[in-house]
Design a protein around this ligand. Structure first.
Ligand SMILES: Nc1ncnc2c1ncn2[C@@H]1O[C@H](COP(=O)(O)OP(=O)(O)O)[C@@H](O)[C@H]1O
Ligand SMILES: *[C@@H]1O[C@H](CO)[C@@H](O)[C@H](O)[C@H]1NC(C)=O
Ligand SMILES: *[C@@H]1O[C@H](CO)[C@@H](O)[C@H](O)[C@H]1NC(C)=O
Ligand SMILES: [Mg+2]
Length: 428
């Protein structure tokens, strides 16, 4: 209830922010590029880098809807302390409160980050280097504006620091997320880890067929993603590219990773066929699927998951087939079909009450009371269980397993199942 209310407030505010139409980053670049005015004082190497980034940005912005936004940074009150949520080579992200309530993430250039520092060492031009880094953030803002997907962090607007509406002071106002904690994720139930992998596959499907063409995330790592309400979202888009590698022959098209390389075909159009899609998919395999997908999965689903791991690990599947394979697993899981197929696989040695949905007890999602009964009877500690009213994201109810009948929580709506020596009885 509360979370929903907060979301609505943020949504309403972001609409208000976007409605505040002023000079946008795009309009600034196309109408009054300050780089040209201040440019003469900059070292030629830096000027060339600035030009390249501006070209890159214009190309991405071309054909997009006119950008709105351009609110004042004063509209977004920095929360007490402005807690830093994370930082990378180029950008720093802080938490902030909107004037009307609701929390957002503010992303701006990381003045002390590696990108700006290395540029300063090279060119000794702090202002120009800040602007060079700001182009990356502007590119990200442009991409976030043109791409809409549940797997991409939402852009609420953008604003400029008090120093005037210059590119270097640009700040993106983003949906607030929580940085990805891989170690923590490994301890969540399989169903939640599967959701993250499925979300990633849906994102990669969208990127492969995006309105801007096939998009590759060149810097693809867990730290470029955040979690919002249990959903995975990409936040770092400045290293995304819509270009597919050009080639003359197949030999020009090798997709290299530290542990593996894949020879690809050079198409008649002179592009390495599907290289962007394949790079994303293999990265998803090596950073996400191998860690999150297999362990403590329902045993009957394991052959399907092994096939997904094998087919993405050697790029036998493209993103379309991968998505289809994930949807099939989801269907089997939701419908409980995997139980009919091999009901006896839910054996004692396969079952441990970990990872549980609750720290306090043994809370697992089940398809039906029958599945819960099978789990309980296979577990020496289990004496009884309750099918609760709570449901997971797939709609499966959570069952609470108990070690002794005296632990039972009285609840008029719950059915309590009690183990009777070998067989299972049922009482109210
Ligand atoms: N919307 C967000 N909510 C919370 N944390 C975020 C958000 N966006 C980014 N972060 C955190 O900030 C870090 C830096 O952002 P990122 O865009 O990756 O910058 P860089 O381009 O410098 O790597 C990320 O690794 C992530 O931990
Ligand atoms: C995939 O399976 C094939 C045979 O079925 C095997 O030779 C290959 O090593 C497997 N590859 C991966 C990445 O698991
Ligand atoms: C994958 O699916 C998309 C969208 O449905 C479609 O346009 C495309 O042709 C498919 N590609 C392949 C290789 O099947
Ligand atoms: Mg990053």
């Amino acid at each position: 209830m509360e979370a929903g209310g907060r979301r609505r407030r943020v949504a309403a505010l972001s609409a208000a922010l976007l409605a505040l139409s002023a000079l946008s980053a795009l309009a600034l670049l196309l109408l009054s590029p300050p780089a040209l005015r201040a440019g003469s004082a900059l070292p030629p190497g830096l000027l060339e880098e600035l030009r390249q980034r501006r070209r890159d940005l214009r190309r991405l912005a071309a054909g997009g809807a006119a950008a709105e936004g351009g609110l004042r940074c004063g509209d977004v009150r920095r929360a007490a302390g402005g807690a830093v949520l994370g930082s990378g080579f180029t950008k720093v992200v802080v938490r902030a409160a909107l004037a009307g309530g609701g929390a957002v993430a503010l992303k701006s250039v990381h003045g002390a980050g590696r990108e700006v520092r290395q540029c300063e060492q090279r060119y000794g031009a702090p202002a120009g280097c800040r602007r060079l880094a700001a182009y990356k953030l502007l590119k990200e803002v442009t991409l976030l504006r043109r791409l809409r997907h549940p797997g991409i962090v939402q852009l609420h607007g953008q604003c400029y620091d008090s120093g005037g509406e210059t590119e270097a002071g640009v700040t993106a106002v983003l949906e607030l997320g929580a940085p990805l904690e891989m170690i923590q994720l490994l301890q969540t139930p399989w169903e939640e880890r599967f959701k993250i992998c499925l979300g990633l596959v849906e994102l990669l499907f969208y990127l492969a067929h995006s309105p801007l063409g096939s998009i590759v995330l060149l810097d693809f790592q867990p730290r470029q993603f955040v979690m919002v309400d249990g959903n995975l979202k990409v936040t770092d888009m400045d290293d995304a590219s819509t270009e597919e590698l050009s080639c003359e022959e197949d030999n020009d098209c090798t997709l290299d990773f530290p542990t593996k390389s894949f020879p690809l075909r050079c198409s008649s159009a002179g592009k390495c066929e599907g290289i962007n899609e394949k790079r994303n998919l293999f990265n998803a395999y090596r950073y996400f699927f191998t860690y999150l997908l297999p362990h403590s999965a329902p045993p009957a689903l394991q052959p399907f998951l092994s096939d997904i791991l094998n087919a993405t690990g050697n790029l036998r599947y493209g993103i379309n087939e991968t998505l289809r394979a994930f949807e099939k697993v989801l269907h089997l899981y939701k419908s409980g079909l995997y139980l009919q197929k091999r009901p006896l696989l839910l054996k004692a040695e396969a079952y441990k009450c970990w990872p549980s949905y609750s720290h306090l007890g043994c809370l697992l999602s089940v398809h039906s009371p029958e599945e819960a009964a099978a789990i309980c009877s296979s577990q020496p500690h289990c004496q009884s269980f309750i099918i609760t009213q709570q449901r997971t994201w797939t709609g499966r109810p959570l069952a609470s397993f108990q070690s002794s009948p005296t632990d039972l929580i009285p609840d008029t709506t719950a059915i309590v199942y009690i183990k009777r020596s070998a067989s299972l009885g049922r009482r109210l």
